[in-house]
Design a protein around this ligand. Structure first.
Ligand code: HEM
Length: 266
């Protein structure tokens, strides 16, 4: 008979065999991420970290969560385990991307966690197939408890948590309660290799990328000059006339003769 440990290890290996960590050229954002992916679930979570030299704050990274649109939420532990590590929980609420830093002291619903400064970036959104939450996370690489943070170099352990069917109870509230994950994994990421000297340019590209899955913005006339209006008794029409044809409020353009239309009080 299988011991419980062998059974769970076997299960873990079976799940792990389908997943991988590597570089991914994201066709939507035009950025190359270091990502963990599970092709069967069609979920991805990825990161780019700033270089250690060059003046960029070392406490931040840009990240992505991508999952099927039908998925409830996708999350990660930045320290591997669920307990006492910074957790990020993400979903789209309709087309609105949401991301919520969380903390759990036990294997129980995690509560809100203050400190991280999160900015949703372009190429986030939702279409029939995928939801994407692309973000900048500042003040996100250290915390007290658990592993205490993401290592500056070498391998860090990350955790993945996904609920494939149940969105948060109130998707409009980033602190909403959530149901337990349907899938989890833990994996190592070479954080040093995920540092990119082009971090600032990547941040800029992501900041300016259009939202994902939204209809192309309508061409808009940004500077349509206000229409001139004709004052009372002024000309507003007639043969060869090419001045203003709209009359001031309270007046109407009336024909006097073929050559002269005039704004007269109503
Ligand atoms: C909503 C309530 C939640 C409950 C009741 C819960 C419960 C648990 C339990 C019991 C485990 C142990 C493995 C298992 O039996 O499945 C676990 C693992 C894990 N959970 Fe959660 N979880 C919840 C939410 C979350 C969220 C929102 C995240 C991340 C954003 C998360 C991240 C993880 C990770 C990464 C693991 C694997 C590593 C470990 O075992 O510590 N969990 N969870």
């Amino acid at each position: 008979m299988l011991s419980a440990a062998t059974f769970f290890l076997g299960l873990f290996a079976a799940v792990k065999a389908q997943t991988s960590v590597g570089e991914w050229a994201d066709p939507v954002a035009g950025v190359t991420w270091t990502r963990w992916t599970d092709p069967d679930l069609d979920v991805t979570t990825g990161w780019v970290f700033p270089p250690l030299s060059g003046g960029q704050a070392p406490d931040e990274f840009v990240g992505i969560f991508q999952a099927p649109s039908s998925g409830g939420y996708i999350g990660s532990s930045l320290g591997g385990g669920m307990r006492e590590n910074l957790l990020l929980l993400a979903w789209t609420d309709g087309k609105i991307p949401r991301i919520s830093p969380r903390w759990a002291t036990d294997y129980a619903p995690p509560g809100p966690y203050a400190g991280p400064r999160i900015t949703i970036l372009g190429s986030s959104g939702n279409n029939d197939e995928h939801q994407r939450i692309v973000f900048r996370c500042q003040n996100c690489t250290t915390w007290v408890g658990g592993t205490n943070g993401i290592p500056a170099e070498g391998y860090g352990v990350f955790g993945f948590a996904y609920n494939s069917f149940a969105p948060p109870l109130d998707p409009s509230d980033i602190n909403s309660d959530v149901y337990r994950h349907s899938h989890i994994d833990m994996f190592g990421v070479d954080v040093g290799a995920a540092r990119n000297p082009e971090y600032s340019a990547i941040l800029n590209t992501l900041t300016n990328a259009p939202l994902f899955g939204s209809p192309a913005p309508e061409p808009t006339t940004t500077s349509s000059a206000p229409k001139p209006t004709q004052s009372v008794y002024g000309q507003c029409g007639g043969r060869n006339y090419n001045g203003p044809i709209d009359c001031a409020t309270g007046t109407t353009c009336k024909r006097a003769n073929e050559w002269f239309w005039q704004c007269v009080p109503n």
